[in-house]
Design a protein around this ligand. Structure first.
Ligand SMILES: [Zn+2]
Length: 470
């Protein structure tokens, strides 16, 4: 036995990006899975990682992930979180869908899948469709530490039902009664406008292009639904979290809703920030809401820059080419994209091209969502006492996106063929080096994170000024 070293692991010489603190050159000392010291000359460690020339970020928290859409929940709990971890994502928020009316039947299985097979930590957001499920919300909170719930104002025909406004209000009131920290996540599209647009498009066009698909889910349907959800959230005193904002019109609606006093957090996704409807991958990137024309993506980037948008997730819905069927065209191909493995490189690549400060990009993907969902500062930062989930990024590394390298179940990526600059080269999960140069080097060690009630509400983004402290 040698002499006792001060730390288990030392990450030395890297450039830390810490939301709210800034960009600082410092070492990070880690023991027993947590960050124990940040600074210079921290002392000896059992193992030292040379992070010179690398960015050291908090492990990414992707708050918007679907698991078990194509294969079983258990299988994707392993394959998709493996892709996540390699891509620098160390915690995910999963939108659950129960096969039965009550989540009480399925929550034990969901939880054990994430405890036993996942490479990343997770929180749950059950998707609420029925009055029975609304009545059980307090039980989901009490028994499983769930503080966030999702509602679909417009479902997908044959896949997900829409919720009516009366049930939405009842759901908001029930979630709000849990306490100020509880969150209502809403897929904001007006169902009637979407149904009408889809029917009309079906009559007019069969072959079509990806740009035509954007007409099936028009931006005004998103804007109108945000107005409705915001009004109902104010009535109920609920915290409204708009998932996957996709349009210019939606941006205007969230600004107005904030001015009217809605407690509001706004999320967009890296596919919306990185792709446009004229993309050469065509129906391979079919999505709901759709990938839209460039003006919408530009508006979303302005929203990231000026903190209208708080968080960035993926809406990861892994599929393989055999079920995606891009060749089936406008009406036949399936929506849904695998996006966990490219989440961080896409954010860094396109964000830096647009001149968005690193701290802002990192805030949207780490601290801001962790704060909203009540897992900060355990997650979402690099601070004494927080979990030692870190990702080391080579800011200059350029790679062409290739599905095989991403290591999920999908045989395609919506970004395939694109060259992105800025890739993770190491992921440290709970103080253990888990990924090195794109390869897993540790067994899965993810845990489901029950969330206690906090009694206080948390807002999303740092203001642009406070995020820019050097
Ligand atoms: Zn989603």
């Amino acid at each position: 036995m040698g002499t006792q070293k001060k730390f288990d692991l030392l990450v030395a010489g890297g450039t830390l990006v810490i939301p709210g603190t800034g960009v600082v050159k410092a070492d990070v000392g880690i023991s027993n899975g947590r960050v124990r010291a940040i600074g210079d000359d921290l002392g000896a460690a059992e193992e030292t990682v040379d992070a010179a020339g690398k960015l050291v970020l908090p492990g990414v928290f992707d708050p918007h992930v679907h698991i078990g859409i194509e294969r079983s929940f258990e299988e994707e709990a392993e394959t998709e979180t493996r892709a996540a971890l390699i891509g620098g994502v160390t915690t995910i928020g999963i939108f659950l869908r129960s096969a039965s009316k009550s989540y009480l039947d399925d929550l034990p299985g969901f939880r054990s899948a994430m405890d036993e097979r996942s490479y990343v930590d997770s929180i749950f957001h059950p998707q609420i469709f029925t009055r029975e499920q609304i009545a059980e919300i307090p039980l989901y909170a009490e028994n499983y530490g769930i503080r966030s719930f999702k509602f679909y104002m417009s479902g997908l025909p044959g896949v997900v039902d829409s919720i009516t406004d009366d049930l939405l209000l009842e759901g908001f009131r029930t979630v709000a009664a849990l306490g100020p920290d509880a969150v209502t996540c809403v897929h904001c599209e007006n169902g009637a406008l979407v149904d009408q647009a889809r029917a009309s498009l079906k009559q007019r066009r069969s072959g079509g292009t990806l740009a035509d698909w954007a007409e099936a889910h028009p931006p005004e349907a998103e804007a109108l639904a945000i107005q409705t959800a915001a009004f109902l959230a104010r009535l109920a005193g609920a915290h409204l979290y708009v998932v996957h904002l996709s349009s210019l019109d939606g941006m205007a609606a969230v600004k107005a809703a904030r001015q009217a006093g809605t407690r509001l957090t706004v999320e967009t996704t890296t596919p919306y920030l990185g792709l446009t409807s004229d993309d050469s991958n065509g129906f391979l990137i079919k999505m709901v809401p759709p990938i839209r024309a460039k003006a919408h993506g530009d508006a979303l980037w302005f929203g990231v820059a000026d903190a209208t948008i708080d968080t960035v997730g993926t809406d990861n819905t892994s599929r393989s080419l055999s079920t995606k069927r891009p060749e089936a065209g406008l009406h036949g191909s399936k929506p849904g994209l695998p996006a966990l493995g490219t989440h961080l490189p896409v954010l860094l690549h396109y964000g830096r091209l647009r001149g968005i400060p690193l701290e802002v990009l990192v805030d949207c993907a780490t601290r801001a969502p962790a704060t909203v969902y009540g897992i900060y500062p355990q997650k979402g930062t690099i601070a004494i006492g927080s979990d030692a989930d870190l990702v080391l990024v080579d800011p200059d590394l350029e790679r062409v996106v290739n599905a095989t390298d991403l290591n999920g179940m999908s045989d395609f990526s919506p970004f395939q063929g694109k060259t992105l600059r800025g890739w993770p080269v190491m992921t440290i999960k709970g103080g253990t080096i888990a990924v090195r140069d794109g390869r897993l080097v540790a067994p899965s060690a993810g845990r489901y994170l029950p969330r206690p009630a906090r009694g206080n509400a948390a807002c999303g983004r740092l203001t642009p000024d406070s995020a820019l402290t050097p």
